[in-house]
Design a protein around this ligand. Sequence first.
Ligand SMILES: [Zn+2]
Length: 378
Amino acid sequence: MVRHGAFAYTWDLVGDPSAAARFADLGIDTVTLQAAYHSVRATTAWHPAHRIVHANHAAAYFRIRPERWRGLRPLAPNWAVDDGDRFGTASAALTAVGLRTEAWVVLTHSSVLGRSAPQYAVINAYDEVMSYALCPAQAAVRDYALTTVQEICEQYDVPALMLEACGWLGFEHASQHEKTAGADLSACARDLLSLCVCPACAERLGLDVLQLKADLRRIVDRELQEGVRAGTSLAEALGSERAEAIYRHRREVISGLVREAASLAGDRDLLLMATDDPQVTGPDVGVELAGFEPAPAAYVLKCWDDEEPAIARMKAAAARTEVPLVANVNAVGEHSSELPALAARLVAAGASEVRYYHAGLASPARQAAIRAAVQEVT
Ligand SMILES: [Zn+2]
């Protein structure tokens, strides 16, 4: 039996008494509900009180107990329908119609915290602060992330938490006014620009960081200014010894974070949004799926690009790990009418669950495509 779920924002539900039933009508049994989330502008087609919600900073949608936080503290939302416990209110509405709620938790992506505490943000080889990205090698960031997990687990009876940005965000930042595409940076150059050399990373990398930064700047500048490609991998660009040191550092930090989160979560499932490549930074954390410790309850693999590469990645992941795989599919992208066929192929390729993005954002036609996929893939 394939489990089908859909992502949703709390404001899709809070203040709309018919929203939970509308989601249940999709045929899904689970809603992956916003608990901690970055800034966003979102449509809400059916809500009695609003049509466009502008969440203009990252926020916690669970009840914030001020005494529980040290150092970095999450902010409360001040948009949409006010409620001191939006996650609790929304999950109660879902429970009332028989839907299971997972907490959707974004850990290291917060521009508002990165701007207020730039000493904890990712720093690139040019000493530029990437304020939207908190560095998980920093003790204060780890503490913030784990307190987030703990507060959700202590306050809500949810069976699972889906962890997004459980590692480093890098150069990529899909902000509304991004103007970087014209530089034609290769994937490798973007990965080089994503390397964090903040004091915490510099200390743990075990490398000559001044030399590393100089080499990173030289390689990236050569591509930016002369069009000479940076290479295809960190190993090719920086040498295999340094690439291995970077991967080891990332693995230790990410494993440590997942291990501590799992211990706080107890018998709740941790679903880890991941990419099977330690060179990758971003919301889907880059790890080697084969042998990653501790194994989460499931890996959530993003299948938002073209169908063939997504199927190939799912097959490859299924061959590399025994951990269950969840396909994260995009119902708000270009080919939503093909969702049923895509979901069927992803399940045949090894996914045991599907999550549709996104119950609140999808138009009637896209909701129909989700409903059809749920009905056809069992
Ligand atoms: Zn760092």
